[in-house]
Design a protein around this ligand. Sequence first.
Ligand SMILES: Cc1cc2nc3c(=O)[nH]c(=O)nc-3n(C[C@H](O)[C@H](O)[C@H](O)COP(=O)(O)OP(=O)(O)OC[C@H]3O[C@@H](n4cnc5c(N)ncnc54)[C@H](O)[C@@H]3O)c2cc1C
Length: 388
Amino acid sequence: MKIMDYDVVVAGAGLAGLACACSLTRTSVALVARELPPALPADGIFDSRVYAISPGNVAHLERLGVWQRLPEAARTPVYGMRVHGDDGRSVLDFDAYEAGVSALAWIVEDSRLQAVLFELASARPEVSMHMPVELDRFDADAKGVNIALGDGRRLGARLLVGADGAGSRVRDQAGMSVTASDYGQIGVVANFRIARPHRGVACQWFQGGPVLALLPLPGDAVSMVWSLPDVEARALLAQPGERVEEAVFNATFGALGRLELIGTPRGFPLRRLQVPHPVSMRVALVGDAAHVVHPLAGQGMNLGLQDVRSLADILSRREPGRDPGDGALLRRYARTRAEDTLAMDAMVDGLFRMFGGSGIARVLRNPVLAIANRMPIFKSLMVRQAMS
Ligand SMILES: Cc1cc2nc3c(=O)[nH]c(=O)nc-3n(C[C@H](O)[C@H](O)[C@H](O)COP(=O)(O)OP(=O)(O)OC[C@H]3O[C@@H](n4cnc5c(N)ncnc54)[C@H](O)[C@@H]3O)c2cc1C
């Protein structure tokens, strides 16, 4: 059978894989996607998966021409963020105006972003789409990568990018070491109409382990991520809508008034996954294949888009004729990403443990929050970290 040859094969067409196919320049790319993009929600209904996208990633999506194609009503700016401790008093506020930026982040729905990225990737002459089919296995050697697809076809490449999510087959077949642990929580996601305006402010409540976040959506709607212990999450998911509304109303102390559930809540098990070295011979990982963090800071996908930016930048700067799977380029990519990924993972996991722990963590966490709120330098450092 004839082998189709490319510079880069990207395995996985979630947000990281699609963004990769749109970002790589000076290369022929094959995108191997197991599924077609998810259907768009009906009018007036919102996707239950939404992302808070950092300004740095928004700027990249603008450069790709993705951002402009999202309807304006589908990009909700976050002007402020209010984090509540678990003592009912301590808060930490972030404000875009104080930080000197137009917005701290923008909220977009997963399916809308995927649809635009998919359209753009399909329209690029240098990208060939292979779908719906999965990467079955591959062999890499000094000359290239030989990839077998589930339908028997074979692809050849200089570089294989694993954008195939937390359970990455590319990572496992490359034999990369991985540390995975379970947070023992499920992220319950749901959208609500609210009685009081959100004014573009994202709110979060630490609850001594569980964490509840409400992100602003267009108009009078919000999107919830409530990270709850497995048993509690399953119990909540089994409740009728009115009980869910009541539970969220109570947990948020009525901050946004009465809530009306839109659509059906869904649950996502929460894990932490670290890959100390996300490259191997002719293979690089991006997105959740390379790291999974707790969603309490809304940064998982942001890290994935940063991976894509970094890999695309390194490959675009290579000398003419240089192999995109060259080991030195891949090591540069791994070094570039190590610091941001480690810092974000440590910050998110540290917050999870501080607000879920007992003993000294329990004594200190609320005072720390209140003190941090009075430290403009600390706040601007935090904002800068989340902007990239
Ligand atoms: C509750 C919750 C809320 C979150 N909120 C935020 C947020 O506000 N902001 C944020 O930045 N992040 C957030 N995240 C994190 C974010 O969802 C993930 O980081 C992101 O979706 C990962 O994208 P990905 O493309 O790397 O992986 P995935 O979305 O898992 O995509 C992987 C793709 O690869 C495909 N695939 C797998 N195996 C193969 C194969 N062998 N061959 C071909 N294709 C394959 C899959 O079908 C899938 O399409 C949240 C996560 C959770 C759980």
